[in-house]
Design a protein around this ligand. Sequence first.
Ligand code: TRP
Length: 332
Amino acid sequence: MENEKKKIALSLIQPSGTITLGNYLGAIRNWVTMQEEFNCIFALADLHTITVRQEPAKMRKNILDAYASILACGIDVEKSLFFIQSHVSSHAELAWLLNCYTQFGELSRMTQFKDKSAKHADNINAGLFTYPSLMAADILLYQADCVPVGADQLQHLELTRDIANRFNGLYGNVFKVPEAYIPKNGARVMSLQDPTRKMSKSDENANGCVHLLDPPEVIMKKFKRAITDSEACVRYAEGKDGINNLMDIYGAVTGLTHEQIEKDFEGKGYGDFKVAVGEAVVETLRPIKAEYEKLIADKAYLEECYRKSDDIAQKISQRTLTKAKKKIGFVL
Ligand code: TRP
């Protein structure tokens, strides 16, 4: 946070499982480059993960694993904040306040709520419903200018803006109204087994999802089994979802354009192409995995990193929280 004139970019990720290749190419890799241009605020959204039931020991492990993985990708706590949401009490507190400025009707329209309540029909809890007010609190506490998010979170960001405008309309300028930030090279990585769907750790078919920490032979196996089509020609075209996805992934890790890839693989079969993509991904992830192994073995260092960011985040966020409480009419 060395330069106060830079814009503030903020994003959180749920530590609800391992970090996937999709998370890396679609989000975290862009976070890493954004650290130069913005004052960046990143965090693990652990409070959000309990909207779906978690197993305590696994949850603890997932949080530390995600923290170490993301540091290993290149998030630098000297340049950016990278904290754990539940360690900063203002998030839950502002979320409650914002709940009282968010309408039942608005929350009912959220497609993620509809999808998740269909998927977890036995546990449609209030937290799942009010998830977007907590997300709004995450963002508004830091007066963020821009929020890098995937397409699936745009509706929540739009609601955040509505809540901010509503609150500001009642009480004057308390919250900065944030913009969505669509990164220039944000790859949308699809499942290797069902390329019409986003790559997800909850994919029913384990071969559909590559995890950042998968061993090289597992990564190779998953790419070799990737679903393609029967044309046997490496070209980017409508209806070739599997090959398009592999070309996107290959392009994202090598920097090659679709045209260059098509030229390089002219006359070659899908077998060769899949091996090339797998090898390129393995090489991209190799140094990240090595760094992760180092970090996860040093819990004291990890703790030093998140405590440092937690403390700064608590200070910054308290300013906004206090202002909001004062405006509402609480006795401070
Ligand atoms: N809901 C986001 C997701 O599932 C995670 C998230 C929580 C987030 N709070 C946020 C993203 C604030 C951006 C800003 O991907």
